[in-house]
Design a protein around this ligand. Sequence first.
Ligand code: FAD
Length: 438
Amino acid sequence: MARTAPLDAAWTNWAGNQRSTATAVLRPRTVADVAEAVRAAVAAGARIRPVGSGHSFTAVARADDRRMELTDLDTEVRIDRDRHLVTVPAGMPLRRLNALLAANGLAMPNLGDIDAQTIAGAISTGTHGTGAAYGCLSTFVEALTLVTGTGEVLRCSAGEHPDVFAAARVSLGALGVLTDVTLRVVDAFVLRAHERPAPLAEVLAGLPDLVAGHDHFEFYWFPYTDRVQVKTNDRVPADNRPLPRWRGWLDDEFLSNTVLGGACRLGRAAPGLVPAISAVSARALTERTYTGRSDTVFCTPRRVRFTEMEYALPRAALPEALAAVRRIVDGLPFKVQFPVEVRFTAADDIWLSHGYGRDSAYLAVHQYVGRPYEPYFRAVEEVAADLGGRPHWGKLHWRDAESLAPAYPRFADFQRLRTRLDPNGIFTSPHLTTVLGH
Ligand SMILES: Cc1cc2nc3c(=O)[nH]c(=O)nc-3n(C[C@H](O)[C@H](O)[C@H](O)COP(=O)(O)OP(=O)(O)OC[C@H]3O[C@@H](n4cnc5c(N)ncnc54)[C@H](O)[C@@H]3O)c2cc1C
């Protein structure tokens, strides 16, 4: 196993707001290497933090001791096309997984906005997309292999170690190292995307129908305006007449990245212009329809860096939360330069999933990197917490274990399981102590 320090010990996350320098970087090649590294850490009284591709905004992946990267862990890839099951190394990036599935006529049932995360990283924080009938990505996990804090290798599924399975699918890396994951996938499919600007009031009035009437529905509200951009993705037969993503460069690359970046820089230089920029952006995005392979429609590049907080709310609480966000934005001493994203997911039974036991509406607030965000996010957090919201584990928030416990009915069970699987606390970190307790 490669074990290096200190040359590549420095680490920073995608947004650049989390940094750390590890005492060692571990790159196991086999599951036995992982178990050996765990036993060595126990013997040395050290800690290990498994990391993915660093796309979390919180310190959840910040290693204050040994950092373990799963990029070289080469477990067997198994594809059972008939049963729609694929087993892949846990450190595989979603982008590679999507390509592998497509090459075999398969696809993930749903995805989030990007494909840069690793599978383990994505499921460990409850990463999700949108779609009333779809839970977060962890709900597609049929089985997983976990190396616990004693070096034991556990294969878990609904039938084997069901309690570990219920916890380890969203575990913040607190229970051990995921080495492989079996996913339930679907036949490859094509999505018809429809994007259109609309008044916020119209969307809120028709919300139940929009959410139920599309496979995948979301919208972006532009601060300082009453306008939103609605995005729906619906499954269509693969032989459906393909509609190219024309103006793709304009809308995806130019409006979503280049122009957005320029608008953000302009707003940073002249904050008074932000409301006008927001209004122009809301108007500049026009209606378009296109079709494409599912993962290429779900995921798009994000080149403009930002910081983000996202809350999962009981669905019925969304209008109240949005009204409060509008008041908060208007009252801030600085301007908000990014749209607010709203998505929907189905309930699941994973102990620390944001969607545990209830259908959710996700409300995500962003700010251009380098711009003030904390008063904004904290004010939104106060509202979201009062409405029973659960913060995304990978996105900024200020909740601690005491305040999170009542939001998760199985929180105490997770804590007990954590003590059982990691009795020496080798997978803990200051951040995990804050959000999960000791
Ligand atoms: C531009 C951008 C867009 C995003 N879009 C979305 C979105 O659409 N939907 C959404 O829900 N989220 C989204 N996110 C958040 C992102 O999906 C999560 O933060 C995710 O956890 C990042 O995965 P990662 O591979 O970078 O993991 P990291 O951030 O590196 O790690 C995340 C967690 O996984 C743990 N972990 C990693 N590997 C292992 C392992 N092998 N075993 C055990 N634990 C492990 C880490 O310890 C840590 O707790 C976005 C983030 C960014 C920056």
